[in-house]
Ligand binder design. Structure first.
Ligand code: 4AD
Ligand code: MG
Length: 455
């Protein structure tokens, strides 16, 4: 039985077997107390071993990090804070962990140090909690969409297009250094790792109605920030017949569902993270589920920021004016200082958004939407899509997006076009928010960032 089960409903005075890794050992010359963890829960099970009953070398070899199989009676624990303990009858050591070289000792380690040993950090309480929550969020995403009739769709990871038109892509090639003839390359043309599954997701939405992708995406932006990864996971629902309002409603409902799911299913891990890192964690999560998100246009948002600067003396590092791409400091001012609530901002200047967004009547703005969150900034980016073939082609021409190689995409607008919308949720930004961690490198098992592809 896994330790979570033993702790939750193990039958008393019955012999049980537990297998796991030693977190700590303490005791005296008569008895050893071993805290054992198998990853199934943040809680350890206490193993009590009478020293007289065990070989001295065996007990000596039970050190932090060693892996054990323990058999013994499960009994009510006299110690506070744990329901049961195991009175060990036999202990087998599966694997030793030499205390001289095992890097995870009993004392707490900094998150920075743990990043250097990302291959071992899942064995800490913190990363056990984070990765269990990450799993719960992935499961909840599939459940949310499945329960609502969305189909899981898989866009390719290797593509010859640049979905966002942002140009920060990783080349995929089998050419040797110095070879430049793409005819000789594996695909016979330049290819790259995808920055988004959206464009292929749109094809699917125009056939299956409602789909979502959930997979890795890659961006070679040189942004060394606590919120950017070069390889991150994105969830991208795409819905036929959704206009921007419907898209906003879905995004808000979706995030609230996920946060609620964490509150309901990850209580122990959240309590641990709250105690160790972030005293307001669950309060913040509850707040998000309980309150409507503010909805406002980019134009209104800029007005608020300009006023804050001109009349309240708020200092921003980057300039604010209509047309500026808002920086994280601006987004966070609106969310954390001005509204104190999540914000969905819409109707951005077309110059700062991607070519596929539906153009508004005013000729200046597009029907994009960003969901802005406390502590995180942008957690979702999305839009209603330009469904009109001619308008889309005109915009692509204006922005230098090649229409010849994108006929496959334009075909959705040539044949049976329809209003449709979608958005992308940055999975690690969601996990950041839910866990209260502050660096995105600490919510993905093996972070990929500039100058770092270790493990
Ligand atoms: O706003 P973005 O660039 O939107 C798209 O890619 C659209 N194709 C989505 C769509 O409409 N289907 O990215 C979406 C989200 C962002 O809001 C952010 O949460 C996350 O992806 N994101 C990143 N997360 C980690 N590291 C990065 N470098 C990220 N870039 C974007
Ligand atoms: Mg964006």
């Amino acid at each position: 039985m896994r330790i979570a089960e033993l702790l939750a409903h193990g039958e008393r005075n019955v012999e049980v077997t537990a297998k796991g890794w030693v977190r700590t050992k303490r005791g005296n010359k008569n008895v050893a107390f071993i805290a054992l963890n198998d990853g199934s829960t943040i809680h350890n099970i206490q193993v009590v071993a009478e020293t007289a009953a065990f070989d001295e070398t065996l007990l000596k070899n039970i050190t932090t990090g060693a892996c054990l199989k323990v058999t013994g009676l499960l009994v009510d624990s006299p110690a506070s804070g744990q329901p049961v303990e195991i009175q060990a009858r036999t202990i087998e050591i599966y694997g030793l962990a030499d205390p001289e070289s095992y890097p995870l000792q009993k004392k707490g380690h900094t998150l920075e140090f743990l990043r250097e040993i990302a291959h071992l950090r899942p064995r800490t309480n913190t990363f056990g909690a984070v990765f269990r929550i990450r799993h719960a969020m992935a499961y909840a995403i599939h459940k949310y969409f499945n329960d609502r009739g969305f189909y899981y769709w898989n866009s390719p990871l290797i593509t010859a297009s640049d979905a966002e038109g942002a140009g920060a892509m990783f080349r995929v090639t089998t050419l040797a250094p110095g070879e430049t003839d793409f005819n000789e390359d594996f695909f016979g043309r330049p290819t790259n790792l995808t920055v988004s599954g959206q464009l292929e997701g749109e094809l699917a939405a125009m056939a299956l109605g409602q789909i979502y992708t959930f997979g890795p995406t890659f961006r070679a932006e040189n942004s060394n920030t606590p919120r950017h990864l070069a390889e991150f996971w994105m969830v991208e629902p795409e819905m036929a017949f959704y206009e921007i309002e419907d898209n906003m409603n879905l995004a808000e409902d979706f995030i609230k569902y996920l946060v609620n799911y964490a509150l309901e299913h990850c209580a122990d891990d959240l309590a641990f993270l709250e105690k160790m890192y972030d005293a307001e964690l669950t309060e913040r999560l509850r707040f998000v589920t309980a309150n409507d998100f503010v909805r406002l246009t980019y134009t209104e948002g800029v007005k608020i920021l300009e006023e804050a600067r001109d009349t309240k003396g708020v200092k921003f590092e980057f300039p604010v004016f209509w047309g500026a791409d808002l920086a994280a400091e601006h987004e966070r001012y609106l969310v954390e200082q001005h509204f104190r609530r999540p914000v969905i901002m819409t109707d951005y200047p077309k110059e700062i958004k991607a070519f596929y967004m539906k153009q508004n009547e005013d000729g200046r703005t597009v029907r994009g939407m960003d969901v802005l969150f406390p502590k995180i900034g942008e957690i979702i980016g999305g839009s209603e899509r330009e469904a009109d073939y001619d308008k889309l082609v005109a915009r692509m021409d204006e922005m230098g997006v090649p229409t010849e190689t994108m006929q496959w995409y334009l075909d959705t607008r040539r044949f049976g076009s329809a209003p449709h919308s979608g958005f992308g949720l940055g999975f690690e930004r969601l996990v950041l928010f839910v866990t209260g961690m502050t660096n995105i490198r600490d919510v993905i098992p093996f972070p990929r960032t500039p100058k770092n592809a270790e493990f």
